[in-house]
Design a binder for this molecule. Structure first.
Ligand SMILES: C[S@@+](CC[C@H](N)C(=O)[O-])C[C@H]1O[C@@H](n2cnc3c(N)ncnc32)[C@H](O)[C@@H]1O
Length: 207
């Protein structure tokens, strides 16, 4: 039977409180470091895809960013985030990155942030849809910050198999219109004490 991914993720967010989710970070330190590297203005349009209920949204508001787009397949995640954040600096957009209906037509963005969603797309057609959407919505000169399970990473997350990446694999996926600006391995210790090796990359789209 085919997995209903919206339902799968809605249930995950309804069943477990944010701080106990396997991917929960108190402070999204590594992501913030790479955002600082971009040196973009405070009114830059920042899209966090597969946002879940991340504390990154509060961190971005604290940094002074005023134009934040938070997107996810799960309405439960977005509802929880909206309730917690309560800020007019954030716009919420429900969408499936593999069959985009809502993100595909947004005004171009300056920064795409993905921590831990691309690696759930195991089929080539879903990966292709993801890269095409990124390319479509990102401005020339814009940045893409992508963090995924590394080749040493876990094989499953939230009960789903994952596709693991190296920086080279991400560079191949994003294509020749982009330059790799930063790449590093980063081992995240999850709320249950487990090690989750990630690869963090920052790409810039050519002008
Ligand atoms: C492991 S969680 C990471 C959440 C958040 N980025 C973080 O770092 O805390 C993966 C997120 O991707 C979302 N997601 C999974 N498949 C998706 C899809 N096809 N389109 C959009 N979001 C999706 C899930 O609902 C979930 O919020």
């Amino acid at each position: 039977m085919e997995t209903n991914y919206k339902q799968h993720w809605d249930e995950a967010f309804e069943k477990t409180e944010t701080e106990k989710l396997g991917w929960y970070e108190t402070t999204p330190q590594k992501t913030l470091e790479l955002i600082h590297h971009c040196n973009i203005p405070k009114d830059a349009r920042i899209l966090n895809v597969g946002v879940g209920t991340t504390t990154l949204i509060e961190a971005l508001i604290e940094e002074g960013f005023t134009n934040i787009l938070a997107s996810d397949i799960s309405t439960s995640a977005l509802d929880q985030l909206k309730k917690r954040v309560q800020s007019d600096k954030v716009t919420y957009i429900q969408d499936d990155l593999t069959h985009s209906q809502n993100l595909k037509d947004i005004e171009p963005i300056d920064l795409w942030i993905d921590r831990a969603v691309l690696h759930f797309f195991n089929e080539e057609k879903d990966q292709k849809a993801y890269w095409e959407l990124l390319n479509k919505v990102l401005k020339p000169g814009g940045y893409a910050l992508i963090a995924a399970f590394s080749l040493q990473g876990a094989e499953k997350c939230c009960g789903l198999p994952v596709h693991r990446y190296s920086a080279d694999m991400l560079a191949k996926g994003i294509g020749t219109d982009f330059q790799l600006e930063e790449a590093s391995d980063y081992t995240f210790i999850n709320p249950h004490g487990g090690e989750r090796p990630y690869v963090y990359t920052l790409f810039r789209k050519n002008f």
